[in-house]
Design a protein around this ligand. Structure first.
Ligand SMILES: [Zn+2]
Length: 379
C-alpha cells in the first residue's frame, strides 16, 4: 500500500535534520541524531568531507594534536590516529587544538546565516525565499545555493520536511490521545489544514477541496438512483463525487454538508453517475478513474487511500490497515476514519472486516455489505 507515503519524510531530509537540527535547534529524534552515529559512520562522513555534519561532531587527529570539522579540506589522516568528539570542548579537554584551516570552534558566517534561516523557517517568521534571503543579507540565488549546500535541501523542501515531521509527530500524539487531527495539524504549524492538503496534493490520489464551514460556498449536485441493492444517493461537485450512500435522501445529504448549496443533478452529471452505477452493479472494474471530492482530515485521507488499495474480492481488518499506515496501534482511529467516509463503494469501506474474518458492521446495514462483497467474489 502506498497509503503511508504522504507524510513519510524523505531520507535526505532526515540526514539534513541529523546534521543541523540536532543540538542547536533542540530537535531530539533518537534515530536521526548524530549522537547515535557510530564511529565507522563518522569516519565515512569525514572521508566524504560531508559538510552537513559540521557541528554534529569533530574529528580529533592525535598524531598532529589538532581537531577538525568533518568537512575540513585538509588531507585525510590515518584512521588509527583519529578519535571523534561530540564537541570542540571535549576535543580541547583531550588536549587537542582547533585546526586553523576549518576553524571547528567557530561558527562561520555562512553557518550563522543558514541557522538564522532555519530558525525563521521554524518560527514561520519568513515564508518566501526572498524574505529569507533578505534576512541573511545574501541575494536569493546565493542564499538558495548556500542553504542547499549546507542542509542538503532547498529552503522550500526543508520547510515542507519540517512541517511533515511535525505533522507525523502530532498525528502520532493525536492517535494516542484521541485529539482531533485538525488540531494536530494546527499544532504542527499549518495555518489551515488546507495548506497541508496543498503540500500533499498529487500524492493522495484524491482532491481534498475546501470543505470548511460545512461546505459553505460549494454546490452539490445530487440524485437518488434505484439499484439492485437499494436506493443509492449519489452527489458530486464539479470536482468529483462527494457522497455515495444507500437508503438516504436530501435530508441526510444536508446533514453531511450543512451549508453547501444542494441542487438536483442535471444531465451534465449523467456520465459521471453512470460510472458510479456501474461500480455498484458490475464491480471489479477500475474505479480509480472516477474523480472524488473528499471531505476529511489528512489522517482520514490516508486511511481512505489505503482502503482504495484493497482490490475487489479481498478484505482487510482495521488492524491491518493501521499496520500498513505505520501505526499498528491505531486500529481504533482507522475505524473512526472508516466511519467518517462519505463515499461508499468508491472508497470501499465495505472491504474492512473483523480480524477473525467475520463480516463486521456497515453504515448501511450488513445485508448491503454482504451483497457488495458477494458480487466482488468474496465467499
Ligand atoms: Zn581542519
Amino acid at each position: 500500500m502506498h497509503g503511508n507515503e504522504p507524510i513519510h519524510i524523505e531520507r535526505k531530509a532526515r540526514d539534513a535534520f541529523a546534521a543541523l537540527l540536532w543540538q542547536k535547534l533542540g530537535m531530539t529524534n533518537a534515530q536521526s541524531s548524530p549522537q547515535s552515529l557510530t564511529d565507522d559512520q563518522r569516519w565515512q562522513i569525514a572521508l566524504a568531507k560531508d559538510r552537513r555534519y559540521d557541528g554534529a561532531f569533530v574529528t580529533g587527529v592525535h598524531s598532529t594534536g589538532i581537531y577538525c570539522r568533518p568537512s575540513c579540506p585538509a588531507r585525510a589522516p590515518y584512521r588509527k590516529n583519529v578519535r571523534f568528539y561530540a564537541t570542540s570542548a571535549e576535543a580541547e579537554a583531550a588536549g587537542l587544538r582547533a585546526c586553523k584551516r576549518c576553524s571547528p570552534n567557530t561558527q562561520s558566517a555562512e553557518e550563522a546565516c543558514v541557522l538564522a534561516a532555519i530558525s525563521a523557517i521554524r518560527s514561520e517568521g519568513a515564508k518566501t525565499l526572498d524574505q529569507l534571503a533578505d534576512l541573511t543579507g545574501y541575494s536569493s540565488t546565493h542564499f538558495q545555493r548556500l542553504f542547499k549546500r549546507t542542509v542538503g535541501l532547498s529552503p522550500a523542501a526543508f520547510a515542507r520536511a519540517l512541517r511533515e515531521e511535525r505533522v507525523r509527530k502530532a498525528l502520532d500524539g493525536a492517535m494516542e490521545s484521541g485529539a482531533s487531527v485538525t488540531d494536530a495539524l494546527y499544532e504542527a504549524g499549518y495555518s489551515a489544514p488546507s495548506r497541508f492538503y496543498d503540500d500533499t496534493k498529487g500524492r493522495l490520489g484524491m482532491t481534498a477541496s475546501d470543505w470548511k464551514n460545512g461546505g459553505a460556498g460549494r454546490t452539490i449536485h445530487w440524485s437518488v438512483i434505484p439499484t439492485s441493492v437499494g436506493d443509492m444517493l449519489v452527489a458530486a461537485t464539479e470536482k468529483g463525487v462527494c457522497c455515495l450512500s444507500f437508503g438516504e435522501g436530501e435530508g441526510e445529504l444536508r446533514a453531511r454538508f450543512p451549508r453547501a448549496g444542494l441542487v438536483k443533478a442535471g444531465s451534465d452529471f449523467g456520465a459521471l453517475f453512470d460510472q458510479v452505477i456501474a461500480a455498484v452493479e458490475e464491480p471489479g472494474g477500475d474505479v480509480s478513474a472516477i474523480p472524488l471530492d473528499v471531505k476529511g482530515t489528512a489522517f482520514q485521507q490516508r486511511v481512505w487511500d489505503a482502503l482504495r488499495e484493497i482490490p475487489a474480492g479481498e478484505t482487510c481488518s482495521y488492524g491491518e490497515i493501521a499496520a500498513a499506515l505505520g501505526n499498528p496501534k491505531a486500529s481504533r482511529a482507522v475505524g473512526g476514519a472508516n466511519g467518517a467516509n462519505n463515499i461508499a463503494v468508491l472508497i470501499p469501506c465495505h472491504r474492512v472486516v473483523q480480524a477473525d474474518g467475520s463480516l463486521g458492521g456497515y453504515a448501511y446495514g450488513p445485508a448491503i455489505k454482504a451483497e457488495l462483497l458477494r458480487r466482488e467474489g468474496r465467499e
